[in-house]
Design a protein around this ligand. Structure first.
Ligand code: HEM
Ligand SMILES: *[C@@H]1O[C@H](CO)[C@@H](O)[C@H](O)[C@H]1NC(C)=O
Length: 450
């Protein structure tokens, strides 16, 4: 009798309960899988059933296998065609002619984000991660004037002065047989440039050991709290007249007519971190990739050296201007090719159309569905770019296939296009100055340099 009494005590967790729970879970999972496969609004879209049934497939490739889903999606396109359902909720399209339909400007229609794709980044209320179309516009608009006018001039001056520090540091390391990581070098270069642009003093990353490789921009790091201090400083300064004398991006934000609710130090710090992260996560990678190809390919090195030589004869006393560099076709081709192979953001950037359905060929994509297109797929399409994984700047010279422009999307497009792409006209300057040291091994270069 006694054991029976004990067994019936309600606090004891019995094997029957476990079985019951597992059964309930099983029924729940089965029914969601069945719903996703047969009754979901996206049920009729092409793609693998296992991917459409649950998020587990993507989880496996992206989390367990560390970011491999991108390549799996490529395979799906080969198997199922240009439009595929890659998880229960999301559509990915691989067709350059449709890019401008997904990434539209704000006067075409509203575009919202899919929060699940971006949660956990750490600075949610910056404009980059803002889900709602109108709030995104309200947050982005005040930044725009800075990027188009004063910002460009300031960026140009800053690049030239920071490039000198870059070259000095690299010259100093010559013959020391220390191994340097170009990603770190150029991230430090970009961070020093953008710090000057954002708050008017360099971050001096270039003088740090390992080029400050261990600095991470996140609300919880030292770099994050430094950013908060800079924002507070800009807020104090915005009352003073020298704001107009020495404009910085942060001071510009403080004096722009943003509603007070958008001006909290916390939100602006997140904005600052997103801009900082945007500038240091992309340009340096392109620059490091280009350096690699220049250093490992004598022909490219010589051809670029020849093209740059006339402008560099009096370097560094009289550095070339971006308006001169802009006219160099080979340098431009190198930049385009570098941005093609460094992708910008490799992965799909899902956008939602909250008001109207999208029509792709015979498929009607219900409104609100996240639809993405990845730069990786578009930039490595061998129909458009033969030998897609080779660095061939020449493909951008002379008359070329107009689909190459259509497929080239390192900055994305539409209302949420990279704000830094406004700096595109000064890319030649940025890249040429970053690459000066690459050229110092070039005979032609040295002879014209005296
Ligand atoms: C080669 C250089 C760069 C590339 C390839 C690049 C690429 C991109 C891409 C693909 C996006 C869209 C991201 C998304 O939809 O999630 C983006 C957004 C953005 N980028 Fe860049 N970027 C570059 C440089 C810069 C620089 C130098 C800055 C700032 C000074 C910057 C600031 C931003 C900002 C603020 C956004 C958010 C725009 C918005 O959501 O409205 N980027 N960038
Ligand atoms: C590609 O775009 C560039 C500038 O964005 C333009 O100068 C060029 O003519 C275009 N080329 C083709 C083939 O469409």
């Amino acid at each position: 009798m006694e054991p029976l009494l004990e067994d019936t005590r309600p606090s004891v967790f019995l094997p029957q309960h476990v079985t019951l729970l597992l059964t309930a879970l099983g029924v729940y999972l089965m029914s969601t899988w069945i719903y996703n496969l047969y009754f979901h609004p996206l049920a009729g879209f092409p793609g693998s059933k296992i991917a459409a049934a649950s998020g587990l497939y993507e989880f496996y490739y992206d989390v367990v296998k560390k970011g491999q889903y991108l390549y799996k999606i490529e395979e799906m396109h080969r198997q199922y065609g240009p439009i595929v359902r890659i998880n229960p909720y999301e559509i990915v399209i691989n067709d350059p002619s449709y890019y401008n339909e997904v990434y539209v400007t704000s006067n075409t229609r509203r575009t919202s984000l899919w929060p699940a794709y971006r949660s956990g980044v750490g600075f949610d209320d910056c404009h980059l991660l803002t889900e709602d179309h109108h709030l995104h516009r309200r947050r982005r608009k005040p930044l725009e004037p800075f990027f188009s006018r004063i910002g460009i001039i300031r960026m140009e001056e800053t690049i030239i002065s920071e490039a000198k520090s870059l070259n000095n540091r690299l010259e100093g390391l010559k013959g020391s047989s220390s191994v340097i990581c170009l990603d770190h070098v150029f991230t430090a270069f970009a961070a020093d440039v953008i710090a000057e642009v954002c708050y008017g003093s360099p971050s001096k990353m270039m003088t740090k050991d390992e080029f400050g490789a261990d600095c991470a921009i996140h609300p919880d790091t030292a770099a994050g709290s430094m950013m908060t201090q800079r924002v507070e400083q800009a807020q104090r300064e915005s009352a003073e007249t020298r704001v107009r004398e020495k404009p910085t991006l942060f001071r510009h934000i403080m004096t722009s007519d943003m509603p007070a609710s958008e001006q909290s130090v916390e939100r602006l710090t997140n904005e600052a971190m997103a801009i900082f992260g945007g500038a240091t996560g992309t340009t340096p990678h392109a620059l490091a990739l280009i350096s690699y190809y220049i250093l490992s390919n004598q022909e490219i090195r010589e051809r670029l050296g020849e093209e740059l030589a006339p402008l560099m004869s009096d370097y560094p006393d009289n550095p070339p201007k971006s308006t001169d560099l802009e006219k160099l076709p080979y340098l431009q081709a190198i930049i385009k090719e570098g941005l093609r192979l460094s992708y910008g953001v490799m992965r799909r950037l899902p956008r939602r159309s909250p008001d109207v359905a999208l029509q792709y060929k015979q498929w009607t994509i219900p409104k609100g569905t996240p639809v993405g297109m990845g730069a990786y797929s578009l930039h490595t399409n061998s129909d458009v770019y033969p030998e897609p994984f080779d660095f061939i700047p020449e493909r951008w010279l002379g008359a070329y296939d107009p689909r190459m422009n259509e497929s080239w999307v390192p900055f994305s497009r539409g209302s949420r296009k990279c704000l830094g792409s406004k700096y595109e006209p000064i890319h030649p300057l940025y890249f040429a100055h970053g690459l000066v040291w690459c050229q110092s091994t070039n005979k032609k270069w040295q002879s014209s340099n005296g």
